[in-house]
Design a protein around this ligand. Structure first.
Ligand SMILES: Cc1cn([C@H]2C[C@H](O)[C@@H](COP(=O)(O)OP(=O)(O)OP(=O)(O)O)O2)c(=O)[nH]c1=O
Length: 194
């Protein structure tokens, strides 16, 4: 591992922290609350890239050095964007819509070098199939509270794993930080994982 530059994760997500830790990099964390509203008519890949960049920019603007990583994840079902549920009823609506179908999870990643201004943004997407769910199962899952801070109201890395029939694409994109893509981007910013 060769790390010439300081890395800053612009996120309050405990999942992103854990995922970045698995790469063996040293980094600090600054949570980056930004306005997540986007223009209607934007494509899902444009939304996750724009929001990842917004999160990274907010932190980078207050720094003179270091590489800032921002990320954003959304779930898309038949063109409808599912973010985090606002309450139990919203989580029920999402899980009921997702069950028995395939949807797409998009994760955007943005890197900004605060010193040089170099920036790069990209995204990846993964198809996920959720098995058919009975109303009681959906209610029991919501009662675990796991869905409440997750895009699409489920966590593939948690109890939600029992709802997932299969995926096509990168698992880490679903959890919120595509690791292979992150590592290859970081290498272009002077941060080498291998
Ligand atoms: C679909 C899915 C989403 N998620 C999570 C990943 C993200 O943390 C969250 C989507 O919300 P985001 O707005 O992408 O991220 P966040 O608010 O949690 O963190 P921050 O903006 O500070 O970086 O949903 C899972 O953990 N597992 C899953 O299976």
């Amino acid at each position: 591992m060769k790390q010439e530059k300081m890395l800053i994760l612009a996120s309050s997500s405990p999942r992103r922290k854990e995922l970045l830790q698995t790469l063996g990099l040293s980094f600090s964390i600054q949570s980056s609350d930004v306005d997540e509203t986007t223009d209607p008519g934007m494509q899902p890949q444009e939304i996750v890239e724009e929001l990842a960049l917004r999160k990274a920019r907010k932190i980078a603007s207050g720094l003179t050095e270091g590489v800032v990583l921002g990320s954003d994840t959304i779930v898309v079902l038949d063109g409808e964007i599912l973010g985090k549920p606002v309450d139990d009823e919203d989580a029920y609506r999402m899980l009921h819509a997702l069950q028995g179908c395939e949807h797409t999870v998009y994760s955007g990643i943005a890197l900004i070098d605060a010193e040089s201004g170099q920036s790069e943004v990209t995204h990846s997407r993964t198809q996920v199939r959720i098995r058919p769910l009975a109303p009681d199962e959906i209610r029991a899952y919501i009662a675990t509270r796991e869905p409440m801070d997750k895009a699409g109201s489920y966590a593939i890395q948690g109890i939600g794993a029992t709802l997932v029939e299969g995926i096509e694409g990168d698992y880490f994109t679903v959890v919120g930080l595509p690791l292979r893509l992150t590592a290859s981007m970081l290498s272009r910013f002077g941060i080498q994982v291998l």
